[in-house]
Design a protein around this ligand. Structure first.
Ligand code: HEM
Length: 147
């Protein structure tokens, strides 16, 4: 439907430039919740935003996040097919100390990145379409915290 079209069209150019857009998203994330930095236990100095943002492991994680978003956009017709993958991804994040509550602020950072890159293309309908997809992804990942 209309939601899928809005998501696919907006991702078309964004998805070709994953790292720069991912950096905008994570820069925003750490502005909103600096404590999340401490969960990145890379050997580089990840207690400090600028160092962290330029460390190769961190940029790899940014790429990993964007690849998952890319997969979701490419599976809009059958997001269920990603359920097992997302459950396992949730488990891995539970293991590194992420709390499910943090996904709300990650979502805000995602929307901020979309707003920055799409400008006037960032409409209420587009925002809602992305939020709907993100909510499904987060619900699937959150199953990894279930006891
Ligand atoms: C792995 C942290 C959000 C996708 C990791 C790792 C850490 C981490 C510490 C393990 C080290 C590494 O692979 O770099 C966080 C934090 C997040 C967050 C603090 C925000 C609160 C996300 C989101 C996604 C994602 C939203 C995608 C939707 C991945 C992937 C891996 C990973 C694909 C690799 C898992 C594997 O090794 O199989 N994350 N992450 N992360 N993260 Fe995140």
């Amino acid at each position: 439907g209309k939601d899928k079209e809005l998501i696919r069209d907006s991702w078309e150019s964004l998805g070709k430039n994953k790292v720069p857009h991912g950096i905008v998203m994570f820069t925003r994330l750490f502005e909103l919740d600096p404590a999340l930095l401490t969960l990145f236990n890379y050997k580089t100095n990840c207690g400090v935003v600028p160092e962290c943002l330029s460390s190769p492991e961190f940029l790899e994680h940014v790429t990993k996040v964007m690849v998952v978003i890319d997969a979701a956009v490419n599976h809009l017709d059958d997001l269920d097919s990603l359920a097992d993958f997302l459950l396992n991804l949730g488990r891995k994040h539970q293991a590194v100390g992420v709390k499910t509550q943090s996904f709300a602020v990650v979502g805000e950072a995602l929307l901020y990145m979309l707003q920055c890159s799409l400008g006037t293309g960032y409409t209420a309908a587009l925002r809602q379409a992305w939020l709907n997809m993100y909510t499904i992804v987060v619900a699937a990942m959150s199953r990894g915290w279930a006891k």
